[in-house]
Design a protein. Structure first.
Length: 501
């Protein structure tokens, strides 16, 4: 592999110029067309003052144009700073000021950023500049040696978290991080050269970005869609571009099931794999997906913005116990540590905290040396608050965050294990389990439920169901009905809100 995603893309444009590279609802471009557009935009951005190390704030959406903007910035060795579509004004201003952004890219200018040049993404003139081949991009696609591509240690992007409270953390990543994570994905899902992957996940966040990177390194194709609510359009684009793989969040999968039932099963002889991540996947949805796609590899992956895709599990292969997140990817190494971060020999009865190392690990937190030192004090391992263990066969298990795992009289209970059983009940539309203080056991599981539309809660029937599907020491001690389970944009339960109720 070459040192950056954009350099890999350029060489794939040389090898297969007419292969589909990127597509969205409005356009599709070959590798050669994408490369020419990258060069044109890089020259245009250079004329607007973008230089090596410059930070550029980009309000992203699911489109070919935005992805080309990113790769043009990478070619200039500038720093890509993505923000979600329709980001709040105070967030745009805060991050632009913190990063000393030299350019703002979006559909409309921000008056409060009047001193920062604005590039309107809806303009197309800049893309035509690619054919001029001027300045540092002189030469044809056959002569890539004249281009000074970024080295692995050059910063490629800063991904800011979208936490529900406090200031966003900026995760600083290098081109080397991007390449190592892309290799983890390519190898982990056994990606084929002719892969065509549909990505509805936002490209302003690590999940969608890194799946795109993997396909660019692999020389395969990406089809962007803006979410999955318009399923007719989604399935239409799957047919049009002959999609062979998908990247989904668990919440997206649940929506597909609710709106189209088993329609995904129509693609059982077409879909090579589906990868799911960003939040735990319920056991019920795992079973359902495996049933309608018996020959498709179905990956649930574990990772973070700080450490990328570090563990993968094909749950349509050999079944493992609940909580298994698979084996470490090629560029990841896992250990389990105690409260003092000393490595331990872990087991189901001797849990510890997961820590991982490898070229996938971020460079640092942006302008936060104390936070960086706390997360990766030795500069090698990133230490998490995820409780788990590694079995004798090398499979990694994650029960949940330290604050989420329920210590019920010494028994460690994973809230996801309870939730995966509860959601199978026809009365339940959604649910979440959290630890609450208990005078007898220290902590006890409390279950929040959202009833299905038109259903009247039957306490006796529901508790009888729970007794059938859960061990006695995992039965919720408290049950409360609420209108909605608080979740992040990608479906993660915001447990702190429920704990603080």
């Amino acid at each position: 592999m070459y040192s950056s995603i954009v350099e890999n893309l350029a060489h794939n444009a040389l090898a297969n110029p007419d292969r589909l590279c990127l597509a969205d609802e409005r356009k599709s471009l070959t590798y050669k067309q994408v490369w020419d557009s990258i060069c044109g935009l890089a020259m245009h951005f250079e004329s607007l003052g973008v230089r090596r190390g410059s930070c550029v704030v980009v309000e992203c959406n699911q489109s070919v144009d935005y992805m080309i903007c990113e790769f043009a910035l990478h070619l200039l060795k500038a720093v890509f700073v993505p923000l979600e579509k329709n980001a709040a004004l105070n967030r745009i201003l805060e991050i632009s000021q913190d990063t000393d952004a030299v350019l703002h890219i979006g559909t409309s200018p921000v008056d409060e950023l009047s001193s920062v040049p604005h590039f309107d993404i809806s303009t197309s003139d800049a893309f035509a500049l690619g054919c001029e081949r001027d300045g540092v991009y002189r030469g044809s696609i056959e002569d890539l040696e004249v281009i000074d591509f970024p080295d692995r240690d050059v910063v490629s992007e800063i991904l800011f978290s979208t936490g529900t409270t406090g200031k966003s953390k900026g995760i600083v990543l290098t081109h080397g991080n991007d390449i190592a994570i892309a290799e983890n994905v390519c190898c982990g899902v056994k990606m084929k050269p002719e892969n065509v992957e549909m990505i509805p996940m936002p490209t302003s966040h690590s999940h969608g970005l890194r799946r795109t990177y993997a396909n660019m390194v692999n020389g395969s194709s990406v089809v962007f869609v803006d979410g999955i609510m318009l399923l007719k359009k989604v399935f239409g684009m799957m047919d049009e571009y002959k999609v062979t793989s998908m990247d989904l969040s668990p919440s997206m999968l649940s929506i597909i099931f609710k709106l189209s039932k088993d329609r995904l099963g129509d693609y059982k002889d077409v879909l090579d794999y589906i990868q799911l991540g960003s939040a735990p996947l319920s056991e019920e949805d795992k079973e359902h997906l495996s049933r309608i796609l018996p020959n498709t590899r179905l990956y649930n992956f574990y990772g973070s913005t700080e450490a990328g895709c570090s563990c993968l599990m094909d749950f349509n292969g050999a079944p493992k116990a609940p909580g298994c997140i698979g084996k470490p990817a090629v560029n990841a190494h896992f250990i389990v540590v105690d409260e003092n971060r000393n490595e331990i020999k872990s087991s189901p009865d001797n849990l510890g905290f997961l820590a991982s190392s490898g070229a996938i690990n971020m460079k640092e937190y942006f302008k936060a040396p104390e936070l960086t030192a706390e997360a990766m004090p030795d500069g090698d391992y990133i230490y998490t608050k995820d409780l788990g263990y590694i079995d004798e066969d090398g499979y990694v298990y994650m029960l949940g965050r330290k604050d989420d795992v329920i210590n019920y009289g010494g028994v460690k209970i994973s809230p996801e294990e309870i939730e995966s059983m509860v959601i199978k009940n026809d009365m339940i539309e959604d649910c979440a389990c959290v630890p609450v203080e208990d005078s007898l056991t220290g902590q006890a599981p409390k279950l929040y439920i959202v009833l299905a539309e038109g259903v009247e809660y039957n306490d006796k029937s529901f508790k009888s169901f729970l007794a059938e599907v859960l061990d006695a020491n995992k039965l919720p001690k408290y049950i409360e009905e609420i209108d909605e389970i608080p979740r992040t944009f990608n479906g993660k339960i915001i447990r702190k809100q429920l704990i603080n109720r």
